[in-house]
Design a protein around this ligand. Structure first.
Ligand code: TXA
Ligand code: MG
Length: 341
């Protein structure tokens, strides 16, 4: 059913070729899909004002129609054209964090098709900082709806190759701007409630937001402590998941890794910083013991391990602190077993 040829065009991330971006902008204006790099993960873009283009996103991703999309624009005046109310909190957060990995949920402007917000009254908006995304949005002159450029429930893409693996044959163009710097999705904050509510932890930690606008409602701590990921509208528990079974451990996992190996399982063992002791003959994949370095490499590591023909990925959970909230949320989602009907 999908026989489309997917073109991959390589861009210098710091000085993206305007001709290639003009070609991409023309596709967007025609209602086609274009995958592009942002500073968080790759996005799958479509004209946010065109209901047919929006439908193409849901079809290509296999995304449930109940999960709304983030709309991207190049600057604050453009965001004000797609929201019905802006307000002082948005103004202050925008001054501090935009362009950047912060998404704000605000009342939706009536010119946006209902499918962008999955029928809801509010829209999620953000200004990506990546130079290629900036030039693309300015050249297209359109608000661009863009979820992460992966099929629904898969790990988000941090490189063009990840997009190709997931959506090749389903979309006409991927802009390759190399590895994304952030590696994890944006923070989603609902400004329509009082206090504002964190809907998805992301690259900007809650403390930095509270420093600008005061108290925000965090995910229910009783829930955040559980094995289940935090609730967020439209989000499924199983999300950001590799195909390989993923098991989480709160300690460094050395004993568990050894036990799995001794029972004949092929194990990918991922730690947060150097483990205290490494069982004979085992080699951990050591990720940085600091949240931003860890975030930048997590998805690329999971993509590689998922291709390695292993039986189980054993991942050490980083510390249970607010600085690690986003990483712990994604790991919990990745470990949630697939629902069977
Ligand atoms: O970093 C990012 O945010 C990336 C890049 C491409 O910008 N995009 C991204 O989009 O992660 P997606 O569709 O994979 O995740 C969007 C998140 C979901 O959790 C969704 O439920 C939430 O934002 N969201 C979108 N619109 C919303 C709305 N109107 N109200 C509440 N939540 C919303
Ligand atoms: Mg996504």
């Amino acid at each position: 059913m999908y026989t489309m040829e997917t073109l991959v065009r390589t861009l210098d991330p710091d000085a993206p070729d305007p001709e290639i971006l003009a070609e991409a902008a023309i596709l967007l204006r025609r209602g086609e899909l274009v995958a592009f790099p942002t500073e968080t993960v790759y996005g799958l873009g479509a004209n946010a004002l065109d209901p047919v283009a929006i439908q193409r996103i849901y079809t290509a991703k296999g995304r449930p129609a109940t999960n709304p999309l983030i709309v991207h624009a190049p600057d604050i005046p453009s965001l004000r054209e797609i929201t019905a109310e802006w307000g002082e909190r948005a103004e202050r957060l925008a001054a501090q964090f935009m362009p950047g990995p912060l998404t704000l949920v605000l009342p939706r402007h009536p010119r946006l098709p209902a499918s962008v917000t999955a029928g809801g009254p509010n829209v999620a908006v953000r200004i990506p900082a990546h130079p290629a995304a900036q030039v693309l949005l300015r050249t297209a002159g359109l608000p661009v709806a863009a979820p992460s450029a992966n099929r629904s429930t898969e790990i988000s893409p941090t490189r063009a190759e990840h997009v190709l693996k997931s959506l090749g044959g389903r979309i006409p163009l991927i802009l390759n701007g190399g590895a994304t710097a952030g590696g994890l999705e944006s923070t989603v904050l609902d400004l329509t409630t009082d206090p504002p509510r964190l809907l998805r932890p992301g690259l900007i930690p809650p403390s930095e937001i509270e420093a600008i606008i005061g108290n925000i409602a965090l995910p229910d701590k009783s829930n955040a402590n559980e094995k289940q990921p935090m609730a967020s509208p439209g989000q499924m528990a199983r999300h950001y998941a590799p195909r390989t079974l993923l098991e989480l451990v709160e300690n460094d996992g050395a004993d568990r890794a050894e036990a799995l190996r001794d029972s004949g399982r092929r194990v990918g063992w991922v730690t947060c910083g150097e483990p205290e002791h490494v069982p004979n003959g085992m080699t951990p994949v050591v990720l940085p013991a600091e949240p931003s370095g860890y975030a930048a490499t997590l998805y690329a590591t999971l993509h590689i391990l998922d291709e390695a023909g292993l039986d189980v990925l054993l991942v050490q959970m980083p510390p249970d602190t607010l600085a690690w909230l986003a990483v712990r949320d994604r790991l919990r989602r990745a470990a949630t077993p697939e629902q069977t009907e």
